[in-house]
Design a protein around this ligand. Structure first.
Ligand code: ATP
Ligand code: MG
Length: 298
């Protein structure tokens, strides 16, 4: 049986010491070692968190893994690339009259540094967004090299950070294509529920097209199973299917389902700060270590 033991989100099943303990994806369980401190910072690797399906954990993952990476001494810039502004709100950042990513896309004259806001998490900054961004696709459609505008914006700030995380909106439109064009890697959160794989083929096709036409160096950094409930056969079956379909591209770290996430969002804090000892915070710290171990983050 693939799921020989419980996942990170619940009590570890007593593993028979004579057997290698398997993680939820069926591979030998690894905790990944703590990343070595960096001697200097930048240039950043840019990672787009992408899935056109809504509510799969893109924003939660951007915030949580960003905070976990900053706790490991990485300098992190999160880019809110969704007009809903959930990333900004989840990090306790309001926009009022401040510059947002929309202003940076529309005017090449603004220094992107001026739109960066610190958060209360040490080493974690954000370029916020608000509903203005919903007009961006219409405004950008007639621009020259309209797919490369975010890449140009990020170029000037990348040297200050080790990693830039772009929280995409649930669509495969021009904004998401901009994120994929600006990125070195894509991380795809997938919710462990029945329709998880629906639409993933289209997402992979879009990634391939961007790679082919705009960004040949684009890599798939991994598929992250989220909202996994080890108590339900259904969740385990879905995870099995995801592993069958994507093999080693599925990250070893699996994020369990817990109500702590909505609670943390309401508090405007990453889970790693809101409930640092909760299994969900531990899971995102493990994800941060796994991304470093895979070379997706310095
Ligand atoms: N592991 C989890 N367990 C339980 N709830 C979660 C988990 N991860 C995220 N959530 C909650 O699910 C909802 C959707 O999560 P999130 O906003 O991160 O998804 P999203 O993919 O960014 O959504 P959208 O496509 O709308 O931008 C939020 O209310 C969030 O708090
Ligand atoms: Mg979101």
């Amino acid at each position: 049986m693939r799921h020989a033991v419980a996942t990170i989100d619940n009590t570890a099943a007593a593993a028979d010491a004579s057997h290698t303990e398997l993680g939820p994806t069926g591979r030998p369980r690894s905790e990944f070692s703590e990343p070595a401190p960096l001697k200097g910072h930048g240039p950043a690797r840019v990672i787009a968190l992408c899935n056109q399906k809504g509510g799969v954990g893109k924003t939660t993952t951007t915030i949580s893994v960003g905070a976990a990476l900053s706790a490991y001494g990485r300098k992190v810039l999160c880019v809110d690339f969704d007009p809903q502004g959930a990333l900004s709100a989840g990090l306790g950042v309001t926009t009022h009259d401040d510059l947002t990513v929309y202003d940076l896309l529309l005017s090449g004259k603004i220094d992107p540094h001026d739109a960066i806001k610190p958060t209360h998490v040490d080493g974690l900054d954000v370029i916020p967004a608000n509903i203005d961004l919903s007009a961006a696709e219409v405004h950008l459609v007639g621009e020259v090299a309209r797919e490369q505008i975010l890449a140009r914006v990020l170029r000037s700030v990348a040297n200050d950070y080790d990693v830039v995380l772009i929280d995409c909106q649930p669509s495969l439109g021009l904004l998401t294509v901009n994120a994929l064009t600006a990125a070195h890697g894509v991380l795809i959160p997938l919710e462990c529920e029945f329709f998880a794989l629906r639409g993933v083929a289209l997402l992979i096709e879009t990634i391939e097209k961007v790679k082919d036409r705009l960004n040949p160096a684009l890599q798939l950094d991994g598929i992250l199973a989220t909202m996994f409930d080890s108590r339900t056969l259904h969740s385990r079956e879905v995870l099995d299917r995801v592993v069958e379909a994507f093999g080693d591209d599925v990250l070893e770290t699996v994020i369990g389902r817990t109500v702590k996430f909505p609670d943390a969002s309401v508090a405007g804090m990453p889970i790693t700060e809101f409930a640092p000892e909760h299994n969900a915070a531990k899971a995102y710290r493990q994800l941060a270590r796994e991304l470093v171990a895979r070379g997706a983050v310095a």
